[in-house]
Write a protein that binds this ligand. Structure first.
Ligand code: GAF
Length: 438
C-alpha cells in the first residue's frame, strides 16, 4: 500500500448530531439552510438542530470525485443499522431483528485504464494506492483493510478487480456500534461489481463481506450487519434466521420512532473481547453437543436442555449460554409482539435483553447502563437497551412519536449531568439496503 496524500482541507461539519434527521417534526421548522449537501432546520421548540441529508450530497461527492480523478463516477450507498433485539445471537446461528438507518457509506467509483486501485477516504482525508493484481495478503490495521478484504474475496470468486478510482465517504458514526464497517464493505462490494459489470445475489454479497471481515480484517463478526445492509426495506425491521438466512420484513408502526442514543464511548468489534465471547459460545455449544448429538450451535440448545445440563458448565460459559438461549427466544417473541402491535411486550423484552447482556454476556458498560436506566424513566418510552456489539456505543429506544422531542431534551440533559459527557441523539428513519444512486 502506498499512502499518496493526506489532505487536511477542512471538511463539512460531519458530527453525527449535525446529521441527525427528524422529518416528522417539521412543524417546528423556522429557518432552513443548505450547507455542504445537508439541509439544516432550526426549530422554535427544539434544542437540537436536526439536519436532513438531501440529494445535494451526491452531487457534491460526484464533483469531488471529478476534481480528484476526472470522469463520470457511479455512486453506491449502503446503510448502517440498529439492532432492535437479538444481540450476539447471529454467530450462534440464531435470530436477530435489525433495521437499516439513515446513515450511509457512499462510494463513487470510476474505472481506470491501468491496474491501479486508487482510494481516497474523505473521513480520513487520506489516499492510498494498490496494484489490483497484487493486493496485500494481510491486513495492516488501516481503514483500507475493509476495502482490500472485499476486493480479495471478489477476486477469489473470479470477479475481475480492474484498475479503479474510489472516493469514499461515510456518515455512519464510527465506533458507535452502528455498523460503519459493514456499510463500507457492502458499499464497496457493490461498487466493484458495478464497475466490473457483474451482478451477485444480495445474500452472496452479505456473505462475501462477512468473510472479508472474518478472514481478512480478523473480526469474527456474524452475518447480521452485512445482511441488513444489503436486504433492508424502508420502514421495516428485518427478522433474520442467521442459519438458514430466511428472513421476513416486519413493518414498523407509524406512531413510534426508533431513537438511538450514543454514549460517546467508542466500541470496536475488532477488539479481542468480541472474539473471546464468540469462543466462549463455541465452547458452550461443544459442551451441549457432547450431551445431545445434533447440536451444532447454541441455537440448537433448548431452554429445557440448558436447565438440565447448564449447572455442569463453568460459570462464565454458563452465563454466555444462558444469554444466547434466552435472547433467541426473546427475538421470536418480540417479532410476534411487533406483528400484533404489542409495544408494551416488545419493550419488556428489550429490557430483559439489556439485563442479560449486562449480567450474563457482560458486554455492557456503565455509560450504556445509565443511558438505558434514564430512558426507562422518561414518558413515552416503550423500551430501551444497548444495541450492537457493546463495550460502549449506543442504546436503541422505541419511543412514542409525540414524545420524541421531550425524550431528546430529557435524555441529553440527564445523561450529561450523570456522566459529564454530552450524548448524541439520532431520531432514525428506517431505510432500504444498498443501492446504486447514480
Ligand atoms: C457486531 C457484529 F458485527 C454482529 O455480527 C453482531 O454479532 C453484533 O455485534 C452483536 O449482536 O455488530
Amino acid at each position: 500500500m502506498r499512502v499518496v496524500s493526506r489532505d487536511f482541507r477542512p471538511s463539512q461539519d460531519n458530527s453525527a448530531a449535525a446529521r441527525n434527521r427528524n422529518p416528522q417534526n417539521t412543524d417546528a421548522v423556522q429557518k432552513i439552510g443548505h450547507v455542504h449537501g445537508y439541509t439544516w432546520r432550526w426549530g422554535t421548540k427544539r434544542i437540537l438542530v436536526t439536519v436532513e441529508k438531501n440529494s445535494d450530497h451526491l452531487q457534491q461527492l460526484t464533483e469531488k470525485f471529478q476534481a480528484r480523478f476526472g470522469g463520470e463516477p457511479m455512486v453506491v450507498e449502503a446503510p448502517g443499522r440498529v439492532n432492535l433485539i437479538g444481540e450476539h445471537t447471529d454467530y450462534n446461528d440464531g435470530f436477530v431483528l435489525p433495521a437499516a438507518i439513515q446513515f450511509h457509506t457512499t462510494v463513487a467509483i470510476g474505472p481506470r485504464l491501468d491496474r491501479r486501485l486508487i482510494i481516497f477516504s474523505q473521513n480520513y482525508a487520506e489516499q492510498v494506492e494498490f496494484d489490483a493484481s497484487g493486493l496485500p495478503s494481510v491486513a495492516r490495521k488501516h481503514w483500507s483493510d475493509y476495502i482490500v478484504g472485499v476486493a480479495r474475496k471478489l477476486q477469489e470468486r473470479a470477479i475481475p478487480i480492474r484498475g479503479a478510482s474510489l472516493f469514499v465517504h461515510g456518515d455512519v458514526p464510527q465506533g458507535a456500534g452502528l455498523s460503519s464497517s459493514a456499510s463500507l464493505e457492502v458499499a464497496v462490494c457493490r461498487a466493484f461489481l458495478e464497475v466490473a459489470g457483474q451482478t451477485m445475489p444480495s445474500v452472496d454479497v452479505a456473505l462475501l463481506c462477512q468473510r472479508a471481515e472474518n478472514e481478512f480484517v480478523g473480526a469474527r463478526c456474524g452475518i447480521m450487519d452485512q445482511f441488513v445492509s444489503t436486504r433492508a426495506e424502508r420502514n421495516h425491521a428485518l427478522q433474520l434466521d442467521c442459519r438458514s438466512l430466511e428472513y421476513s420484513q416486519q413493518p414498523l408502526p407509524s406512531d413510534i420512532r426508533v431513537v438511538i442514543c450514543n454514549t460517546m464511548v467508542k466500541h470496536s468489534v475488532a477488539g479481542g473481547e468480541y472474539n473471546q465471547r464468540r469462543q466462549e459460545c463455541e465452547a458452550g455449544a461443544r459442551f451441549f453437543a457432547e450431551r445431545r448429538p445434533g447440536i451444532q450451535a447454541l441455537r440448537d440448545v433448548s431452554e429445557d436442555e440448558f436447565r438440565r445440563y447448564g449447572g455442569e458448565l463453568p460459570e462464565i460459559i454458563r452465563k454466555r449460554c444462558r444469554h444466547v438461549i434466552a435472547e433467541n427466544a426473546r427475538v421470536t417473541e418480540a417479532s410476534g409482539a411487533l406483528r400484533q402491535n404489542d409495544l408494551g411486550t416488545f419493550g419488556k423484552l428489550m429490557e430483559a435483553s439489556h439485563a442479560s447482556l449486562r449480567h450474563d454476556f457482560e458486554v455492557s458498560c456503565p455509560e450504556l447502563d445509565v443511558m438505558v436506566s434514564l430512558a426507562n424513566g422518561i414518558d413515552g418510552v416503550y423500551g430501551a437497551r444497548m444495541t450492537g456489539g457493546g463495550f460502549g456505543g449506543c442504546t436503541v429506544n422505541l419511543v412514542r412519536a409525540e414524545s420524541v422531542e421531550t425524550f431528546q431534551k430529557k435524555i441529553t440533559a440527564q445523561y450529561e449531568h450523570a456522566v459529564g459527557q454530552r450524548p448524541e441523539i439520532y431520531v432514525c428513519t428506517v431505510e432500504a439496503g444498498v443501492r446504486r444512486v447514480r
